[in-house]
Ligand binder design. Structure first.
Ligand code: AMP
Ligand code: MG
Length: 411
């Protein structure tokens, strides 16, 4: 078992035990936010035929070589092609076809003149006021996506654009990585459920809800269990149930050095191997991690902010890797402190902060009370300032590394 290890080492250990789970085939309309399990090749080109990018007249460019504002060229309109139509036939020299945006080119035409540069002078006669070169306003089939191109790759996050492309290629369903089932379990004698009366001295179990929401946000399926008291055998039994019913288990509470902190012992009793205890990060140092039959148990601090922050740093990338995502690391930016942070950071600290864009660069302010149990400061927190151990205090104007948790408030 490793003890007091750096965050990166803890994450590397967790990642070692992390594997994707296979696939589901789902309707593309349901696929937003999921991760592609398959490479997607274009079975046909996009667009699938040569087409006009605008409303105008399809012409032979050679016929317009003498055209100008003062000396327009007169062409004979031999057909009208709307989007969705097929051309009635080719155009001959001296002829033009009225054509709509998205309509296929008639044989013989090699350019389109926009309607604004023309004037219809009779039902079938049009004046052309400017010259065209062959290929002007001509969209070739396959210009966007050539036939056979690998247009989407396994491990890609499914965005609205991915869904649009799948639909353009006529795909109704798509294979996506399976979502992991992640058990959320809160431990503590002081906890009551939000559906129960709350006697003095007790608190509502908020972690189970915040952590479940974070599991959803990371792409997992949260499976919340009823809170349990600080009893090592009860915890061990529940851990085994959670392990059997889920792909991974996250607990909060009972991981520190208190007399009734039993999660470490419970991991042993459950028959799991302990991989590490305590990670060098504040808040949330006493993280414990166990593994049984390839499934991970990660015990986080019960302090609500500490639990959420360590979840972002350690659990979110693990869940994302299980969901097949290639890119799981949170982005970071350099930001300038707009307020001081007066404490020294003996240990590496993740400071809850609000980062925003101002005058061409990112700025940051602490987002409120930094005690690990204070939850309100998570409300405005869209970033964590990564302060190396031994650094600080931070003064106004100082450059810091800010890990972005969300772009919600980055103005
Ligand atoms: P622990 O990690 O068990 O030492 O708990 C640290 C602090 O977090 C204590 O103040 C607990 O009351 C609080 N806490 C523990 N579990 C929860 C929970 N599920 N929801 C809200 N607060 C909690
Ligand atoms: Mg406790």
């Amino acid at each position: 078992m490793y003890k007091d290890i750096p965050l990166e080492e803890a994450l590397a250990i967790l990642m070692e035990y992390t594997r994707p789970l296979g696939f589901d085939e789902i309707d593309i309309i349901e696929a937003l936010g999921r991760v592609l399990y398959e490479d997607i090749y274009a079975g046909f080109p996009l667009p699938p035929f040569d087409r006009s990018p605008l409303d105008g007249y399809a012409v032979r460019a050679e016929d317009t070589s003498a055209a100008s504002r003062d000396h327009p060229v007169l062409l004979q309109v031999n057909q009208t092609i709307y989007a969705g139509d097929l051309p009635a036939g080719p155009i001959a020299p001296g002829e033009a076809a009225a054509i709509a945006t998205g309509a296929p080119f008639p044989p013989g035409a090699n350019a389109v003149i926009k309607i604004e540069d023309t004037k219809l002078v009779a039902e079938d006669q049009v004046l052309i006021y400017s010259q065209l070169k062959p290929g002007d306003n001509y969209i070739n089939k396959g210009d966007d996506v050539p036939e056979g191109e690998r247009i989407l790759t396994r491990g890609m996050l499914i965005t609205p654009a991915v869904i649009g492309l799948l639909a353009s290629l006529g795909r109704k369903t798509v294979k996506v990585f399976k979502k992991p089932k992640v058990a959320a379990l809160s431990i503590g004698d002081e906890l009551v459920g939000i559906d129960e009366p709350r006697p003095d001295g007790k608190i509502y179990n908020s972690n189970i809800y915040a952590i479940s929401a974070q599991i959803t946000e990371a792409g997992g399926i949260p499976v919340p269990y009823r809170d349990t008291v600080d009893d090592q055998n009860q915890i061990a039994n529940l851990l085994n149930t959670c392990l059997q019913e889920n792909d991974m288990v996250i607990t909060t509470g009972g991981v520190s050095v208190g007399k009734r902190d039993y999660v470490k012992e419970a991991i042993n009793i459950s028959g799991a191997n302990t991989l590490f205890w305590k990670v060098n990060i504040k808040p949330g140092t006493p993280i414990v991690c166990g593994e049984k039959n390839g499934r991970l148990i990660v015990g986080l601090s019960g302090n609500p902010s500490a639990a959420m922050i360590t979840f972002y740093m350690l659990i979110r990338p693990v869940i994302q890797k299980i969901t097949g995502l290639q890119q799981v690391h949170l982005p970071n930016v350099t930001a300038i402190m707009d307020e001081p942070f007066k404490k020294k950071s003996k240990q590496r600290r993740m400071l809850r902060a609000k980062v925003y864009w101002k005058n061409g660069c990112y700025h940051a302010v602490p987002s409120g009370m930094q005690s690990p149990g204070a939850l309100k400061s998570m409300l405005q927190c869209n970033a964590l300032i990564d302060i190396p151990g031994g650094k600080g205090p931070l003064s106004i104007g100082e450059e810091v590394k800010a890990i972005l948790l969300s772009t919600n408030y980055v103005l």
